[in-house]
Design a protein around this ligand. Structure first.
Ligand code: NAP
Length: 501
């Protein structure tokens, strides 16, 4: 059972102040609040751990990741019960998310055992080359050092304490300091308990992992500014992400900030697809938009379609499907309020028309659908901003050229989707070069909310979808964020890392 304390280098520690959790159900509990001293203790321990942890073999780290997965599964029932109470997410969703979390840990174990991620290269010496001989040069990826991870509110397991960011950093050989999210401190602590059990089982340095609870902005700021932290993984809002990114850039020694921020995930409904399957597309879209109360960064909140009777049929079918979705509990009171603020911003915008509205209050959300014209959307950049929750905006364009203009005006996105039939191929071909510059993942005839954890997945995109569009926070490529290439020139074998020999 969670005790309400921080885990700093193997010890459970209280803080100078405490905060109260705000669960969706059940009684609030008291949690130690983080502060700069606790952050410092965790970072010092992580730096100390780095020397031994970065020198572990790939096999040792793989066994550690698997041990974490086993320890999480062993606490499965308690994690689900605590997570349900704290977040209001259904038990089945949290159980699925636990499977995704342990699956990610095991996937990274397999990935590092294989070793290809090290990208080892060797240019053998050419002593007889004229006019100058070539030295022997080898290269491989090395772990960066201690990494700070911010747990996300909307994935209390898969993007949190032992989520993809933590799994990829640990796999790379980097100790991790997690800043827990206030929305699920008990869940975070139970997962931290599982990681500690794995550390003890595997005989690793206790500074390899620490959890500092939040409770004030001081914690996040102190963490990203700490001189021993070498990189940051973050999932959350554009505002917070940008503030933390700026802090990283302003450090005397700037560090990479891998922020996965907002996205409206545009979906283009092409004429052939609308003519062939408006009804089923509308039902599929409504389900994707409202899944998990719309609290997914891949939520397809923006639709673009040519003004036509087929588009009207889609809108009608979508409205009917949305009207059947009841009220859902949101992750926190703050997320619910932010949803209503976003809804009001859209509703009051010039040229926006209500299509399907409902009533929600307190910590709940119900679906909303609005419509606007291509011209109104192009004239108002605020309409391109994410509303985190089950809100859809359909942009009805007058011509295919206007559709291309809307595509060209999009900000960076995590995903962009084309709903198309073969007859739409020419138009899709015109959209593709534009969308490739806008999004990290392009889909046809599907919905973006499911993010497969695999080798080819990119979950990231040009700013503001993420702060580093060369990176992904999902899939095995996520490990590259926490590695740095090092060349070894004319190095005797005795001094080379084991993986290069
Ligand atoms: P958030 O406000 O972005 O907070 C994320 C983390 O950053 C928390 O740990 C927060 O902790 C910390 N933080 C926030 N502002 C900070 C600052 N100025 N300095 C230092 N640390 C700071 O996200 P959230 O609380 O999860 O949800 C709020 C909104 O974020 C939602 O309504 C939604 O719009 C958006 N969101 C988007 C995604 C996505 O994937 N796109 C995911 C989740 C949320 P403290 O509050 O303890 O400082």
């Amino acid at each position: 059972m969670a005790q309400g304390n921080h885990l700093i280098a193997g010890a459970w520690r209280d803080g100078a102040a405490r905060f109260s959790s705000s669960p969706a159900s059940g009684a609030p509990a008291s949690y130690a609040q983080g502060d700069a001293d606790l952050v410092d203790a965790a970072c010092q321990a992580a730096e100390e751990a780095f020397w031994s942890y970065s020198a572990t073999s790939r096999e040792q780290r793989a066994a550690f990741l698997e041990a974490i997965a086993e320890e999480i599964d062993a606490r499965g029932a308690e994690i689900t019960a605590t997570g349900v109470a704290e977040t209001g997410l259904p038990a089945a969703r949290l159980e699925g998310e636990r499977g995704r979390t342990t699956g990610q840990l095991r996937l990274f174990a397999t990935h590092i055992r294989d070793g290809a991620y090290l990208d080892c290269r060797h240019d053998p010496a050419l002593p007889d080359r004229a006019p100058l001989p070539r030295p022997d040069i080898r290269m491989m990826q090395r772990p960066l050092g201690p990494v700070a991870i911010f747990g996300a509110s909307n994935f209390p397991l898969a993007f949190s304490t032992a989520g993809g960011d933590t799994a990829s950093a640990l796999a790379a050989g980097c100790p991790v300091v997690v800043k827990g999210h206030e929305a699920h401190p008990g869940t975070a602590e139970l997962v931290a308990e599982a990681i500690l059990a794995a550390i003890l089982r595997c005989g690793l340095h206790p500074g390899t992992f620490s959890l500092v609870h939040g409770g004030s902005h001081e914690v996040g700021g102190a963490l990203v500014r700490h001189p021993l932290i070498q990189a940051v993984g973050f999932t959350g809002s554009l505002g917070a992400g940008r503030a933390l990114f700026n802090l990283c850039a302003q450090r005397p020694v700037p560090i990479p900030f891998f922020g996965e921020l907002g996205s409206v995930n545009p979906m283009f409904l092409l004429p052939g697809a609308l003519a062939a399957r408006a009804q089923s597309m509308a039902e599929g879209w409504a389900a994707s938009l409202t899944m998990g109360a719309g609290q997914f960064c891949t939520n397809p909140g923006l639709l673009i379609a040519l003004e036509s009777p087929e588009t009207e049929a889609f809108v009608q079918a979508a409205s009917q499907a949305l009207a059947k979705v009841g009220s859902q509990t949101m992750l926190t009171d703050g997320v619910a309020q932010a949803f209503r603020d976003g809804r009001d911003r859209v509703a009051k915008s010039a040229g926006v028309r209500e299509v399907m509205t409902s009533v929600c209050d307190l910590r709940t959300a119900t679906p909303y659908l609005y419509a606007t014209s291509g011209a109104a959307w192009l004239a108002n950049q605020e309409l391109a901003e994410e509303v985190f929750g089950p809100l859809g905006l359909i942009v009805k364009v007058q011509s295919l050229d206007e559709m291309l203009s809307v595509a060209g005006s999009l900000q960076g996105q995590l995903t962009a989707t084309l709903q198309m039939e073969e007859s739409d191929t020419d138009l899709a071909r015109q959209l593709m070069p534009i969308l490739e510059r806008k999004a990290g993942r392009l889909l046809t005839n599907g919905f973006p909310t499911g993010v497969e954890v695999c080798d080819a997945m990119i979950h990231g995109g040009p700013y503001p979808a993420s702060t580093n569009f060369g990176a992904t926070s999902v899939g095995t490529l996520a490990i590259r964020r926490f590695l740095r290439p090092v060349s070894y020139q004319n190095m005797p074998q005795a001094l080379l890392p084991a993986d290069l020999v």
